[in-house]
Design a protein around this ligand. Sequence first.
Ligand code: HEC
Ligand code: HEC
Length: 264
Amino acid sequence: MKPGAVTNNQFFAILGAGTLVFVGFIIGVVVFVILNIDKELDYNNATNATAKSSLPPLTDVEAGAHPLVAAPPLSPTQERGKQVYANCVACHGDNGQGNKTTNAPRLAGQEEWYVKDQLEKFRNGKRGTHKADAFGAQMPPFANMVTGDSVNDLTSYLKTLDGVAETQATGSAEAGKALFAAKGCIQCHGANGEGNTAMHGPKLAGQNAWYVVTQLKNFKAGARGYDPTDAYGAMMKAMAAAQLAAVDDKGLDDIAAWLQSLEQ
Ligand code: HEC
Ligand code: HEC
């Protein structure tokens, strides 16, 4: 026998030990899987608060920490849109919720066609160029960043955002609801502010109240909807002149409070 060669006895001893390690490993895997299935069942079966409190908090689950409900990955288009939206976050919020400090409205949940229309208006001087509209004047340079394919990239990314208004509205939602109906707003914006695509009326439900108030004042003062080639802006300006002339600031606050309360 050559030095270093394995005898029959040694060979079977090694084989035996190897088999034991292998079987041990398989048992380990099976036990691990069973324990984890058990956790899933525990989670799904937990219906009372006591049982749930011993489980991971729901926020972890929503954040995608739970293997069963991981957040869907972004598509390539949405990924590109996210890059575009990086230019907007500082003013409109990381989740499209809007920001009172920058006077920038909520974009999450807004209709795609309307977002595209408004960007086009800012680019073409139909909105944000009136001397009495200092807030609107901030948008044209950013609207100019979104052209060609990046418009669709942006709107497909906006659909993944679900930020909601973060500041408390000051008006009375109940009084606002009555005004909204009495002044004929539902004709173009829907009974619950959901918007009306055929009438080109944007969705107003869930919008920040302070922003709605600014826009109503702008339309009333002719600082928005002033361009003769902006048919739909002019339509809303005419509506504001006809229906809101007699409505005071308190009334505008009420309408805005009702709209903000509608959809979160
Ligand atoms: C410097 C702050 C600022 C930045 C950055 C900014 N916005 Fe705005 N945006 C505003 C303000 C303020 C308004 C509201 C103007 C007004 O009062 O009429 C607005 C309005 C809008 C509107 C109209 C919404 C509506 O309901 O009519 C859209 C759409 C919009 N922004 C998209 C964008 C996009 C897309 C970007 C990034 C490419 C962007 N904004 C970057 C401040 C900003
Ligand atoms: C005849 C249809 C019509 C009626 C009625 C109407 N609107 Fe509008 N509204 C529009 C259109 C169209 C726009 C979008 C204008 C644009 O493209 O710039 C608009 C825009 C708005 C905006 C701006 C939304 C944003 O995101 O910037 C607010 C706020 C609004 N309307 C509130 C009202 C209220 C309140 C009433 C009732 C007094 C009313 N509207 C009645 C058609 C209408």
